[in-house]
Design a protein around this ligand. Structure first.
Ligand code: ADP
Length: 399
């Protein structure tokens, strides 16, 4: 069976502690109340006896004056006297009115000729209990609040520790990934340089090939370093402090223009789909953003389409919606197999490692895209295009 996490345990213990505090206070109140009641009923029994004795001589018919006077005295004392029955049946019922009221405790005593009932008001007998009740309730609430505060402090601390551990783990993974990424080009460069160093006998064509390989690997290393720096900068930044108004429609047009040659060389055409104003001109789409980063994210997506999709066309589209803008790069190429889709935006994740290595990809491109989108209060997502192809979307907050 799975062991409960420390937070679940702390929460359960806090909840149990609160219940235990209330149960203990509730129990203490009950015991206190019972003690007070037993004191009160002892006092009540003595007084009732007295009242019964006082009224034990038979009264003349209609001579209720004495009883009434006695009842009045009782009432002035805050007590209630009821003469329940006499030699001629019921004499008085509820002298003092409100007989049977819950706010009294009663003692009934048949003595001499009459049976009487004396009641003491509950608030008099139980006043200390009510005060204690309030005190206990207050103490209970205070302890519950204190326990909750302790729980929240522990919870916050645990969340912080968990976050620190996550960062620690992430750093470890990141360093391992980076080292792994560095190893392949460095091994290639070292091998080629070794061959070139003692390769006086190497034919010029082979030398040229080795030199080209060194250059290719060096470029790869440079790209990798740039990407890692980009990601690190994005991580460090984490806010939109220096965003400025920029026209995203301009960014789309400029990116399409900048990459059109590269696309053409790969046999691809880049199209744009922009919103139009009533005048027929492209509608501007002003958003507070870091234009350079948005352009970088869009370029990453277009370059991916050029490198991986195998399609003859890629379309960049821009849409403005309530509170955000949506940029998308869509192609009808090979698409991304389902089992890879959920991990596409992870650092160093590649669908086809061999093809990525060939094209110089490090698997950081989409991670950078997502970081940029998130920095802008949005996100980056992938959706497949039927019958085959990819659609990568970036949303940017436009508030
Ligand atoms: P890299 O930086 O190596 O280009 P990315 O993070 O940008 O890596 O992309 C991750 C993987 O997603 C790539 O290895 C590639 O296989 C796949 N991919 C990205 N865009 C497309 C696309 N338009 N069509 C097909 N596969 C793609």
């Amino acid at each position: 069976m799975k062991k409960p996490g420390p937070l679940v345990l702390t929460f359960t213990l806090t909840a149990l502690g609160i219940v235990a505090i209330f149960a203990a206070f509730g129990g203490a109140t009950r015991i206190f109340r019972r003690t007070l009641l037993s004191w009160a009923s002892r006092e009540l029994a003595a007084r009732t006896e007295l009242a019964a004795r006082n009224l034990s001589e038979p009264l003349a018919t209609g001579d209720f004056r004495r009883v009434r006077e006695f009842a009045e005295t009782c009432r002035e004392n805050g007590e209630r006297l009821t003469v329940m029955s006499g030699p001629r049946g019921l004499v008085f019922d509820s002298i003092g009115a409100d007989a049977g009221d819950e706010g009294f405790i009663y003692e009934t005593r048949p003595a001499g000729a009459y049976s009487v009932r004396l009641g003491l008001p509950l608030e008099r007998t139980l006043a200390p209990c009510q005060a204690a009740n309030r005190l206990f309730a207050f103490a209970g609430l205070a302890s519950a609040a204190a326990m909750l505060v302790v729980f929240l402090l522990v919870y916050r601390q645990r969340v912080r520790i968990r976050e620190l551990k996550r960062i620690e783990r992430f750093r470890g993974d990141f360093v391992a990934d980076v080292s792994h990424e560095l190893k392949t080009p460095l091994t290639g460069i070292t091998g080629a340089v070794d061959l070139l160093a003692d390769g006086d006998s190497l034919p010029p064509a082979a030398r040229a090939k080795l030199l080209a390989m060194v250059k290719h690997e060096a470029v790869r290393l440079n790209d990798l370093a740039q990407n890692i720096l980009s990601l690190a900068r994005l991580e460090r930044r984490g806010d939109a402090a220096d965003f400025a108004d920029a026209d995203v429609a301009d960014i789309v047009a400029e990116t399409a223009d900048r990459l059109s040659q590269k696309a053409e060389a790969a046999g691809m055409k880049i199209k744009t789909r922009l919103p139009y104003a009533d005048s027929g001109a492209v509608a501007s789409c002003i958003v507070k953003c870091d234009a350079q980063l948005v352009s970088q994210a869009l370029a990453n997506l277009v370059e991916n389409a050029i490198r991986y999709s195998g399609a003859s066309e890629a379309t960049i589209s821009l849409e403005r919606a309530e509170g955000f803008v949506r940029l998308a790069v869509e192609d009808h190429g090979i698409g991304v197999p389902e089992e890879h889709r959920s991990r596409l935006f992870e650092r160093f994740y590649r669908v086809d490692a061999a093809r990525s290595a060939e094209t110089g990809g490090s698997g950081l491109g989409l991670a950078i895209v997502r970081s940029i989108a998130r920095l802008h209060g949005g996100d980056a997502t992938f959706s497949p295009v039927a019958p085959s192809g990819s659609r990568f979307e970036i949303t940017l907050s436009a508030r």
